[in-house]
Ligand binder design. Structure first.
Ligand code: C2E
Ligand code: MG
Ligand code: MG
Length: 587
């Protein structure tokens, strides 16, 4: 029994991962205070290892450890009580100890006891003269020992217990999974990630009722999930509103899906946030030891995202979807390097043609990325990924600078064009966006009218009020605006009427299947054109691939068109040649 207790004690000590770590100011401060209170030169935080006393903190001692045998701190740890030795010279047990040999005469030690009752060691003071310890001194030593313990437990819990939910964190999930795999290799389990709310729901809660409400919601959910799991299973808090746990061993996936559906329906029924949030749950079946803890968690989280995207409540991990997610992740990781590399990104230019005169009046700047390993990656793939991150700003800045460099380089050749660039929703929240644009124009002695900004309807609707304010400022600065991909978003007419855009670009989806007059698409496009004109804006039609479409659109009164029928997006050299050839044709 004694041995078992000592083994458990050592285990508790080792789990704290405190032994042989560097000194820390937090502990040293307490140790110095102990020495001062007793007016003694030597004090230490001394931890009782298998056969040594190791000093986490020490004052007036040169070595970092002494043998455990005949060390009074070991007695303190074993007793979990205060030990005072008034004079080593006359002490029956310690008179021949190492400390006594080195001239120690006085010792007082208060125990360091964990919240589950293990004695880890002692906070001790030592003197070279015999003396007594007063009750006040011992009380103070006890208080300081408690402070040491609080510090130890705080350090250990740091990063392992989430301060809001009180649940173990992602780091603990990883460690526990590694332990499980060691104990039960090959056993089949299912990792579950439950995501409580969509990003926009979180933003709304924080924006409308404040972050405190979100914390409250997280606490409520953590209690409910932990309650449903029962005392012998653990819920982990792995993301702001994400919780994870493991299934019992060897359980059928479909059967477990049913269990979870019922469990979460019950939790939801009593949740105070049920009307403002929607839960998405991901399952990742795996065998212990065969998948890394990081991949287990990522797999379950990716399944939860899948569930969210498909508007379902539950999804099981799919390797194909995972490789898609991994590609997204890789692209995001690599794009930062691409911005700096200099040879991965380039711009191409797609002519915009006036349907009345057939003249090229401008061009849309489109970004191209040649990834060193993956080859050409389409902006339709990488822009949606990066524009939701901090990269939205540098990418737009890169495009702005390079597009204006090109425009300035074309000026002397008499190429007088308006270039449009695409920006992202996030750019509208950058308070210095307008200054950056103005500065970039000024540096190249270009006029504001030579630049047009394209922004999609859905980008505006992300934060309609803020977007409107920023777009008004842009317009006031003389920079033209085009509403891109019109017809694919959900803006209201009342809103569009307020947007100071000169141009509305009808999305290519409507044009692709534009059939002869009076087809359903024809009527739709014609109605859109009429509407845009009523709002007083120019119509640009995207994705014109055939002469027939160009003719139909011209007949409807569309001002401009852009599409493969006229030209694909062109490299700068090819763009200049295209313009020259077209002029020659017209001449
Ligand atoms: P977008 O702004 O609507 O650009 C038009 C897209 O349609 C371009 O695709 C263009 O190559 C393509 N296109 C043009 N004519 C035709 C046609 O006749 N038929 C067909 N099928 N397609 C045509 P791209 O270059 O792949 O760009 C896709 C989207 O990526 C763009 O759509 C834009 O939203 C975004 N994007 C591209 N460059 C940038 C950029 O520099 N910044 C930002 N924020 N987004 C960009
Ligand atoms: Mg565009
Ligand atoms: Mg478009």
């Amino acid at each position: 029994m004694q041995n078992y207790r000592e083994a458990a004690r050592l285990d508790a000590l080792h789990q704290l991962k405190l032994l042989d770590t560097p000194p820390s100011a937090h502990f040293d401060r307490i140790t110095r205070m102990a020495a001062q209170i007793f007016g003694l030169p030597v004090a230490a935080v001394s931890l009782t290892d298998r056969d040594r006393q190791w000093f986490k903190s020490r004052v007036g001692i040169d070595h970092c450890s002494i043998p455990r045998e005949k060390a009074p701190c070991a007695e303190v740890a074993e007793l979990r009580g205060v030990v005072v030795i008034e004079d080593f010279a006359t002490h029956p047990c310690y008179a021949d100890s190492l400390l006594a040999h080195n001239g120690t005469r006085f010792y007082a030690g208060a125990p360091l006891v964990t919240s589950d009752g293990y004695g880890l060691g002692a906070l001790c003071v030592l003197g070279t003269e015999p003396r007594v310890a007063t009750a006040d001194e011992l009380a103070a030593l006890g208080d300081l020992a408690a402070m040491v313990m609080a510090q130890i437990e705080l350090q250990h819990a740091f990063g392992r217990i989430d301060p809001i939910s009180g649940l173990p964190t992602r780091a603990q999930f990883r460690d526990d999974l590694a332990d499980l795999a060691r104990d039960h290799p090959g056993q089949s389990r299912i990792a579950v990630v439950a995501d409580l709310a969509r990003d926009d729901q979180i933003a709304k809660i924080v924006g409308v009722v404040g972050a405190g409400r979100l914390d409250e919601m997280v606490r409520e959910a953590s209690r409910a999930i932990q309650g449903a799991l029962g005392a012998d299973r653990t819920a982990y808090h792995v993301g702001t509103t994400q919780f994870a746990f493991f299934s019992p061993p060897d359980i059928d996936v479909q059967a477990y899906v049913d269990v979870l559906e019922q469990g979460f329906a019950a939790i939801r029924a009593t949740s105070s946030a049920r009307f403002v949030t929607s839960v998405a749950i991901g399952l990742r079946p795996f065998r212990l030891g065969e998948v890394s803890p990081e991949d287990v968690l990522r797999g379950a989280a990716s399944a939860a995202q899948d569930a969210r995207r498909n508007d379902g409540a539950i999804a099981v991990y799919s390797p194909a979807r995972d490789s898609e997610m991994r590609r997204r992740y890789d692209l995001l990781q690599d794009f930062g390097a691409a911005l700096e590399a200099g040879d991965q990104l380039r711009l191409v230019y797609q002519p915009r043609v006036d349907l009345g005169s057939g003249r090229c009046v401008g061009a849309e700047t489109l970004l191209r990325w040649r990834h060193p390993a993956l080859g050409e990656v389409s902006p339709a793939e990488f822009i949606p990924i990066i524009e939701q991150t901090a990269l939205a700003r540098p990418v737009t800045q890169w495009v702005l600078e390079h597009a204006l460099d090109q425009l300035a380089a074309w000026q002397p050749a008499g190429l007088n064009l308006t270039l449009s660039i695409n920006i992202s929703a996030a750019n509208l929240m950058e308070t210095d966006l307008i200054q950056r644009i103005q500065l970039a124009l000024l540096a190249r002695q270009l006029r504001a009218e030579q630049l047009e900004i394209e922004l999609t309807e859905s980008a505006m609707m992300a934060q309609p009020e803020k977007a409107l304010a920023m777009l008004r400022e842009l317009s006031a600065a003389g920079i033209a605006l085009a509403i891109d991909d019109f017809g694919t978003g959900h803006s209201s007419l009342a809103y569009l009427q307020q947007v100071p855009a000169h141009v509305v670009k009808i999305d290519q989806a409507f044009v692709r299947e534009l059939s002869g007059a009076w087809g359903a698409d024809y009527v739709l496009v014609e109605t859109m054109v009429g509407l845009i004109h009523k709002l007083g804006r120019r119509v640009v039609v995207e994705g014109v691939e055939t002469e027939a479409a160009a003719t139909l659109l011209a007949g409807m009164g569309c001002e401009e068109a852009q599409g493969y029928w006229f030209a694909r997006p062109l490299e700068p050299g090819a763009f200049v040649e295209w313009i020259a050839a077209r002029k020659a044709l017209a001449a």
